[in-house]
Design a protein around this ligand. Structure first.
Ligand code: SF4
Length: 458
């Protein structure tokens, strides 16, 4: 079924609003690809559209609020007659389902995380029978192998590669398994084939994403197969960097460490959310690891993969977190010298075991702990990244810097795309900025906490 030609004489135009994580972005890219095949045109400006498709996030309170605010923005445009229809997809749609139709009358359709492939049919129904209120929600979790339809939205040289969806862990603070289902890995051949297509299209850096990448394949093959997948991806001509996001400390293996050691295309970069470090907190979070296990793993990664950057996330203010727990975490951050640290103030989520725990902490305590932890990390970052000054390194350029002629912005291998600090590279006097997508050799002349400044090396 193709999109209707509307009164403006053009195929229907859909504005795609994407919120949340990179996995949601891939869902949006798939929906954009399906739309294009369905003879719809997609636009990023809702004012210039017939239907708004809001692909939402519901991970924690603040992201739910952001999603609802965007939906209400679209609702206002619809009341002004600027939009004919509103479709809500993604995790908020999966979580609240018909409540969204009941609470926001301007919403015409709600599409679950497992119904991405129904998007063309749903938008057609919204346009052909405007009064029909559509609830297209089923069991959580995307049909994981729709990648062939993707309209990749990132710059040509870098692309996300979703290897699995859902998660088999049951961390007590996390709503994701409820919204995305259990772990479902894509067949290795399908991932490699998609990576080949991306490489043929100019992709040089693959960003592997899942809820829990290190468990990749456990559901499909009875054992984790990330090592095998990484070796296969490293063999693809044109691919220069393979970056793994969202690993779990419990599911690292000797085989995986060997791949990071041996495969030069696998970035010396380990994204491993630790969430906390005291054993009482790790138990209450049901992280299935102890402090000693995580410390031993990080020590091994640092000794076996020289120059590896460690990226992690912590949650502070979790129910029952004592002053002593927090002091131990703060001390750990000061001592561990981690390269990239993010920190969430615990967000109480209905439907999670932690949300039912008694020992909830006041918001001001959570926020002050988050502030203290990020202040401590800022000092650490100054010394960690300060050590790069004077080195000549390879920088992948992501683009020019508006208003700074001759300067490009990019990343060293130890900096993730759109989630970490960046490296600015100034071309030799008078020359134009290094080309987007290129890797240039640069001498680092300054570090500013999380960002580096460099000059193109002769
Ligand atoms: S590993 Fe834990 S935090 Fe991560 S998606 Fe799974 S349940 Fe959520």
């Amino acid at each position: 079924m193709t999109g209707p030609i509307l009164s403006h004489g053009q195929p229907a135009r859909v504005a795609l609003v994407t919120l949340g994580c990179a996995k949601n972005l891939v869902d949006s890219e798939i929906m954009a690809g399906l739309m294009a095949k369905g003879n719809f045109t997609t636009t990023s400006d809702p004012r210039d559209a017939d239907v708004a498709l809001v692909n939402t996030c519901a991970f924690i309170g603040p992201s739910q609020k952001e999603s609802i605010d965007r939906i209400l923005e679209m609702a206002a445009l619809k009341r002004e007659g600027k939009l004919r229809g509103i479709v809500v997809a993604g995790c908020l749609a999966q979580r609240y389902q018909s409540d969204l139709l009941n609470e926001i009358p301007e919403v015409d359709a709600v599409v679950g995380t497992g119904q991405v492939d129904a998007i063309v049919r749903v938008v057609n129904r919204v346009l052909r029978s405007p009064s029909s209120r559509i609830l297209e929600v089923g069991p959580p979790g995307t049909a994981v192998d729709l990648a062939a339809h993707r309209a990749v939205s990132t710059p040509r040289h870098v692309a996300y590669l979703r290897i699995a969806d859902g998660c088999d862990f049951r961390c007590t603070f996390c709503i994701i398994p409820t919204l995305r289902g259990d772990l479902r890995s894509r067949p290795l051949e399908s991932v490699v084939e998609e990576a080949r297509r991306l490489a043929d299209g100019g992709t040089r850096e693959l960003l592997l994403i899942a809820q829990d990448s290190t468990s990749y394949g456990a559901d499909l093959y009875g054992e984790a197969r990330l090592p095998q997948l990484l070796r296969a991806l490293a063999r693809i001509p044109g691919i220069e960097w393979v970056r793994v996001h969202y690993t779990h400390p419990k599911t690292w293996s000797e085989a995986l460490i060997q791949v990071f050691e041996e495969e030069s295309k696998v970035c010396k970069y380990v994204d491993i959310p630790l969430q906390h470090v005291t054993d009482p907190m790790l138990r209450r979070m049901r992280r299935e690891v102890r402090r000693v296990d995580m410390e031993r793993l990080i020590e091994t990664l640092r000794s076996r993969i020289p120059g590896v950057a460690i990226r992690t996330h912590f949650i502070v203010g979790f129910p029952g977190e004592t002053e002593e727990d927090f002091a131990e975490l703060l001390q750990y951050v000061r001592e561990a010298q981690l390269d990239h640290v993010g920190c969430f103030a615990y967000s109480r989520e209905d439907g999670t075991p932690a949300g039912r725990m008694k020992e909830q902490l006041p918001e001001r305590v959570k926020l002050s702990r988050r502030q203290a932890l990020m202040a401590a990390q800022k000092k650490v970052a100054a010394s960690v990244w300060g050590r790069w000054v004077g080195r000549t390194v390879s920088v992948r350029i992501d683009g020019p810097v508006p208003g700074r002629p001759g300067v490009g912005v990019g990343r060293v291998e130890q900096q993730g795309y759109e989630v970490d600090g960046v490296t600015y590279v100034r071309a030799a006097d008078g020359a134009s900025a290094p080309a987007t997508g290129e890797r240039v050799s640069a001498r680092i002349v300054r570090a500013r906490h999380y960002d580096l400044d460099g000059e193109v090396a002769a």
